[in-house]
Design a protein around this ligand. Sequence first.
Ligand code: URP
Ligand code: ZN
Ligand code: ZN
Ligand code: ZN
Length: 500
Amino acid sequence: MEEPSGILIKGGKVVNEDCSVIGDVYIENGKIVEVGLNLQIPKRVRVIDATDKLVIPGGIDTHTHMELAFMGTRAVDDFHIGTKAALAGGTTMILDFVIPQKGKSLLEAHDRWRETADPKVCCDYSLHVAVTWWSDKVKKEMETLAREKGVNSFKMFMAYKDVFMLQDSELYAAFAQCKEVGAIAQVHAENGDLIAEGAKKMLSMGITGPEGHELCRPEEVEAEATQRAITIAHAVNCPLYVVHVMSKSAAKVVSNARRDGRVVFGEPIAAGLGTDGTHCWHKDWAHAAGFVMGPPLRPDPSTPGYLMDLLANDDLSVTGTDNCTFSVCQKALGKDDFTKIPNGVNGVEDRMSVIWEKGVHSGKMDENRFVAVTSSNAAKIFNFYPQKGRIAKNSDADVVIWDPRMTRKISAKTHHQAVDYNIFEGMECHGVPVITISRGKVVYEDGQLKVSPGHGQFIHRKPFSEFVYKRIKQREQVRKPTAVTRKPYEGHLKSPTMQP
Ligand code: URP
Ligand code: ZN
Ligand code: ZN
Ligand code: ZN
C-alpha cells in the first residue's frame, strides 16, 4: 500500500519560544505546511493524536564531537550512532566541530569532515570550524568558509597548550576576521598556561587520579580566560559565544558582560546542568574518569542549579552537550596520569530530558523558555531561524511530540549511544520524546528508531546573523574613535638625547 503523503499532528499544545497554542500541525515534503485549529486535510494522511502532549521544535545540540580523534584515541559515537541517539532523545540537529591540526588547512579539514559525516548522519547537521593556528592562509580560508561553505562560527581554544591553543594576539586577529566575514567567534575559555603549570604541580604532589584534572584548573582559570576573551572580542567589536560554561565564576563573568551590553552568549551543557564534578573524587577509578572533561565539571554541588538559574533568566542563552564519548578502556589511557585521560562525556541523547527535569519540572523555566534554550536561540544565533527552531508554516518539519508527564530512567543499559557508561546513570527524568520527526519523516516512535544513515542533510548557514550582528553593525557606525582636531604644536622642541 502507498505511504500516506503527509502527517497531521492533531490536538497537541504547539510550543514555540514566545507562546503556546492548542492546534494541529500539518507536514508534507519535509516542511510544516500549516499550523492551526481543526485543520481539514482532504488527502490520505497519517494522523497522530497529540492530545495532552506538547508539539515542540526538534532539539538543536550546538556542540558535539562525533568520532573526534583526540588525546590518542577516537570518540566512540560516530556520526551514525551519535545522530541516531540524538533523534531518540528528541534532538533533530547537531552542530559538530571541524578541528584542524596546527599548520593544516581549515578548508581541507572541513571538506574531509563533510565527507565523513554526509553519508552517516541520521539528522541534519552543520559545522563550526576551529582556528588552531594563525597565518594569512587561515585568514583567507575563514573568508572562503563563511562565503562559500555555510560556516558562520569559528572556535578558538585558549587551552590545550601546544596542541590547539592560541595566544592573545592570535585571538585578536581571529576575532577581527570573524567580524570581517560576519561569523561569531566561539571560545574554549580556560588559561592553558596555568593548566600546564597546575598539572605539573599536581603530578609532583603524587596526585595522578581524575581529581587532579579539576585541582589543576580551578574555577578562576576558566573565569579569567572568559573575561579575557570578552575583553579581546570587545576590542574588535566581535560577537562572542563562550562554549561549555562550566563554573559559577565563568557564568557570572558572562552574565555581567551581558549586563554591560556586550554581545556575548554563554552555552552551558547537559553535563554541567545535570551532574557535577564530585564524581571525579569517587573511589572507583573508572567511575571517576568517566566524568573527566574540559573545562571540568565542578565539585561545588550547587553549580548545576546555579547554571540552570542563569539559563532560565537569559544570562546564559543556549544549550549543547560537548558530546565527546570515550569508553572506559579508552579513558584508561590515563590510568596512571590524569593528564592522559581523554577528555569528554556523553549528553547528545539525554540533553532534552535533563533540561526538562532540572529546568522545567523544577519550576525554574516554562515550556517556552525550554524551547528557546534547546532550539530557537541556537537557530537565531547561528542563522537558520525560522527554518529550524520554530513550529510554523514553511519551517523544516523537525518536530517532537513531547510528553511532559511521562518519566524515564537514564541508563547506559538502555541508551542508544556507543559509549559504555552514562554520566546521568539512574537519573529519573520527567519529559520524554514519544515521537521524533526529522525532515518530515517519523524517525523515532514507540522506543524504536526507523532511520537510515544519510537521511540527515548539511545545513548551510549564512554570515551576518541579524540576531547577533544588528548591534555590532550599529556600534561600528556610531562608536568609531575619532581624532581631536587641533592646531599643530608650534612651541619649543627639545632635541632627543641619545640613550647611553
Ligand atoms: O572535554 C572536552 N570538552 N572534550 C572535547 C574537546 C573540547 O574542548 O570541546
Ligand atoms: Zn572545548
Ligand atoms: Zn559518582
Ligand atoms: Zn567541545
